[in-house]
Design a protein around this ligand. Sequence first.
Ligand SMILES: [Zn+2]
Length: 391
Amino acid sequence: MKQTGDLNLVKKINKSIVLHHIRTDSPISRARIAEITGLTKATVSSLVNELIESSLVDEIGAGESSGGRKPMMLLFNGTAGYAIGVDLGVHDILAVLTDLTGKVISEKRVQHDNASVEAVIQLLRTTIRELIDSAPQSTYGIIGIGIGVPGICDDDGNLLFAPNLSWENVPLQKDIEETFHIPVVIDNEANAGAVGEKQFGAGKDTANLVYISIGIGIGAGIIIKGELYRGATGFSGEIGHISIQHDGPKCRCGSLGCWELYASEHALLEQARLELGEPAQLDKLLSKAEAGDEKVIALFERLGYYLGVGVVNIINGYNPEFIILGGRLAGAEKWLMKPLLQLLEKRSLPLPRKRLNVEFSQLSDRSTVLGAASFAVSKFFASTTVSIDGN
Ligand SMILES: [Zn+2]
């Protein structure tokens, strides 16, 4: 390797490696970190001292010893700062305040009617402001805001296109950063959901998973070998627009017969309107199904069948270990799961189906907010472990 002589940089990198192990493996001893990283015990000790001074690491009582003096154990101090995660939905905003380990401290949910872009963004600002005000005192305060959006965004945090909100080219990151002067990360809600599931949910022990967010539309976050797959230009996962009927009805994306025309919440409500003859809402349909209304149960079961049709394509195309279904329709698991699994059994290829798990999210509708908050935390550590006391 080329020697650049930049010892400062090497030290910063080593410090973030040490912190990474304390974050993921704590409680852990200095000796164990030295063993894992190959750094000398003296180097580890000096870096750990700096991390303790910067409040990111605490020392707790003695751990198990393999002989000799018992080592002091190190813990990551998750309350040195707080992050905000937001799921900007088509009808509502769900936002949480988490500590640096992803533990939810407080939560806000508000409805919106998408009257205008500005009105929704104003509501978003108010919601974020309330969570900021509710944060406990801490060394670093609010370290970042992550926002999952129902659409496609670019690297600069512009929401380029959100079909179900009818928004185009909204400079959301810039707007929220200018309001709060806190770093903001914007990403697709299904990408955030996939990361939420990988870090905190059903996907913790899985390297290859697809998270499918079934809401007003359908999107997917794809994790390959532990990393979020974004595609060549960042637009992967628009899986609601795979065509499952080549000459089907026209979709607002311009294509025909897209999966989300059959298997999304929007599709369910449309079917309910046609068959029950009244405008319907998801929560009302859920309570009718719960009360045993057979017509409504049949609607959910048909939706489960259509979900299966798309999931078969994902299984055959990607061979994931785990498919996690989340989003607003996860609440209908009871009626969706059986027809979905029956269809997979009949129509997916046996080899990629072998050893595949299909589950509904255990995080209920928090996959996206937790993933979004975790984007903010990652950005903080990527930019700051290196600058905290970085001499
Ligand atoms: Zn489409």
